[in-house]
Design a protein around this ligand. Structure first.
Ligand SMILES: [Zn+2]
Ligand SMILES: [Zn+2]
Length: 132
Protein backbone atom coordinates (compact mmCIF):
# COMPACT_ATOMS: atom_id res chain seq x y z
CA UNK A 1 0.00 0.00 0.00
CA UNK A 2 1.31 3.43 -0.93
CA UNK A 3 0.87 6.36 1.42
CA UNK A 4 -0.87 9.21 -0.36
CA UNK A 5 -0.62 12.56 1.39
CA UNK A 6 -2.42 15.85 0.96
CA UNK A 7 -3.19 19.23 2.44
CA UNK A 8 -5.68 22.07 2.31
CA UNK A 9 -5.07 25.47 0.75
CA UNK A 10 -3.77 27.13 3.94
CA UNK A 11 -1.77 24.07 5.03
CA UNK A 12 -3.45 23.97 8.47
CA UNK A 13 -4.75 20.48 7.60
CA UNK A 14 -2.53 17.67 6.42
CA UNK A 15 -3.69 14.10 5.93
CA UNK A 16 -2.60 10.69 4.72
CA UNK A 17 -4.46 7.79 3.17
CA UNK A 18 -3.53 4.41 1.75
CA UNK A 19 -3.34 4.23 -2.02
CA UNK A 20 -3.85 3.55 -4.77
CA UNK A 21 -7.38 4.89 -5.07
CA UNK A 22 -10.30 2.47 -5.53
CA UNK A 23 -12.12 4.80 -7.92
CA UNK A 24 -11.90 8.34 -9.20
CA UNK A 25 -14.41 10.54 -10.99
CA UNK A 26 -15.52 14.03 -11.90
CA UNK A 27 -18.66 15.11 -10.01
CA UNK A 28 -20.97 17.87 -11.20
CA UNK A 29 -23.62 17.53 -8.45
CA UNK A 30 -25.04 20.73 -7.03
CA UNK A 31 -23.63 20.07 -3.54
CA UNK A 32 -20.08 19.75 -4.86
CA UNK A 33 -20.52 22.80 -7.04
CA UNK A 34 -21.77 25.04 -4.25
CA UNK A 35 -19.45 23.79 -1.52
CA UNK A 36 -16.35 23.97 -3.72
CA UNK A 37 -17.49 27.04 -5.66
CA UNK A 38 -16.56 25.25 -8.87
CA UNK A 39 -18.42 23.68 -11.81
CA UNK A 40 -16.89 20.25 -11.22
CA UNK A 41 -14.91 18.47 -8.50
CA UNK A 42 -12.48 15.59 -9.08
CA UNK A 43 -12.77 12.92 -6.36
CA UNK A 44 -10.75 9.83 -5.48
CA UNK A 45 -12.02 7.02 -3.20
CA UNK A 46 -9.89 5.27 -0.60
CA UNK A 47 -10.24 2.83 2.32
CA UNK A 48 -11.61 4.92 5.16
CA UNK A 49 -9.68 2.97 7.79
CA UNK A 50 -6.41 4.07 6.19
CA UNK A 51 -7.28 7.77 6.42
CA UNK A 52 -5.79 9.93 9.13
CA UNK A 53 -5.42 13.64 9.75
CA UNK A 54 -1.77 14.33 10.56
CA UNK A 55 -2.12 18.05 11.26
CA UNK A 56 -4.92 20.49 12.04
CA UNK A 57 -8.63 19.87 12.14
CA UNK A 58 -11.26 18.93 9.61
CA UNK A 59 -14.69 20.46 10.17
CA UNK A 60 -17.46 18.05 9.21
CA UNK A 61 -20.76 19.09 7.70
CA UNK A 62 -23.81 17.00 6.83
CA UNK A 63 -24.60 18.16 3.30
CA UNK A 64 -27.53 15.77 2.77
CA UNK A 65 -28.97 12.77 4.66
CA UNK A 66 -26.20 10.22 5.18
CA UNK A 67 -23.54 12.40 3.57
CA UNK A 68 -20.77 14.05 5.58
CA UNK A 69 -18.33 16.46 3.96
CA UNK A 70 -15.12 17.65 5.53
CA UNK A 71 -13.48 21.03 5.05
CA UNK A 72 -10.52 22.78 6.55
CA UNK A 73 -11.80 24.62 9.62
CA UNK A 74 -9.57 27.59 8.73
CA UNK A 75 -9.57 28.09 4.95
CA UNK A 76 -12.63 26.06 3.94
CA UNK A 77 -10.98 23.81 1.34
CA UNK A 78 -13.25 20.90 0.44
CA UNK A 79 -11.33 17.80 1.51
CA UNK A 80 -13.53 14.76 2.15
CA UNK A 81 -16.86 13.09 1.39
CA UNK A 82 -18.36 10.12 3.23
CA UNK A 83 -21.66 8.38 2.44
CA UNK A 84 -23.32 5.83 4.75
CA UNK A 85 -24.13 3.81 1.61
CA UNK A 86 -20.37 3.16 1.29
CA UNK A 87 -19.30 2.88 4.93
CA UNK A 88 -15.77 1.62 4.21
CA UNK A 89 -14.88 4.44 1.85
CA UNK A 90 -13.69 7.98 2.13
CA UNK A 91 -13.54 10.20 -0.94
CA UNK A 92 -10.93 12.92 -1.10
CA UNK A 93 -10.74 15.85 -3.49
CA UNK A 94 -7.95 15.04 -5.92
CA UNK A 95 -6.81 18.65 -5.88
CA UNK A 96 -5.99 18.56 -2.16
CA UNK A 97 -3.59 15.64 -2.68
CA UNK A 98 0.11 16.51 -2.77
CA UNK A 99 0.06 14.97 -6.25
CA UNK A 100 -3.27 16.05 -7.75
CA UNK A 101 -2.36 14.24 -10.95
CA UNK A 102 -2.19 10.89 -9.17
CA UNK A 103 -5.73 9.54 -9.38
CA UNK A 104 -6.98 9.56 -12.96
CA UNK A 105 -10.77 10.06 -13.19
CA UNK A 106 -12.68 7.11 -14.70
CA UNK A 107 -16.16 8.63 -15.09
CA UNK A 108 -18.28 11.76 -15.05
CA UNK A 109 -21.18 11.68 -12.56
CA UNK A 110 -24.20 13.92 -12.00
CA UNK A 111 -23.80 15.30 -15.52
CA UNK A 112 -27.41 16.53 -15.34
CA UNK A 113 -25.99 19.41 -13.27
CA UNK A 114 -23.12 20.17 -15.64
CA UNK A 115 -23.23 23.83 -16.72
CA UNK A 116 -24.38 24.13 -20.34
CA UNK A 117 -21.22 26.06 -21.23
CA UNK A 118 -18.97 23.23 -20.13
CA UNK A 119 -18.08 20.49 -22.59
CA UNK A 120 -16.70 17.03 -21.88
CA UNK A 121 -13.93 16.19 -24.34
CA UNK A 122 -12.92 12.70 -23.27
CA UNK A 123 -14.38 9.23 -23.82
CA UNK A 124 -15.02 8.38 -20.17
CA UNK A 125 -18.48 7.06 -19.27
CA UNK A 126 -20.95 9.69 -18.12
CA UNK A 127 -23.88 9.25 -15.74
CA UNK A 128 -26.77 11.70 -15.37
CA UNK A 129 -26.86 10.89 -11.65
CA UNK A 130 -24.60 8.61 -9.65
CA UNK A 131 -22.72 5.58 -10.96
CA UNK A 132 -25.03 2.57 -11.35
ZN1 LIG B 1 -6.86 25.20 5.32
ZN1 LIG C 1 -20.77 15.78 -6.12
Amino acid sequence: MDIVSGHCFCNAVRFEVGGPEKFACFCYCESCQRIAGAPVVAWASYEKQSFRVTRGEIRFYQSSPGVTRGQCADCGSSISYENIKRPGDIDLTSTTLDDPGGPTPRAHIWTQNKPSWMFIGDDLPGYEKNVG
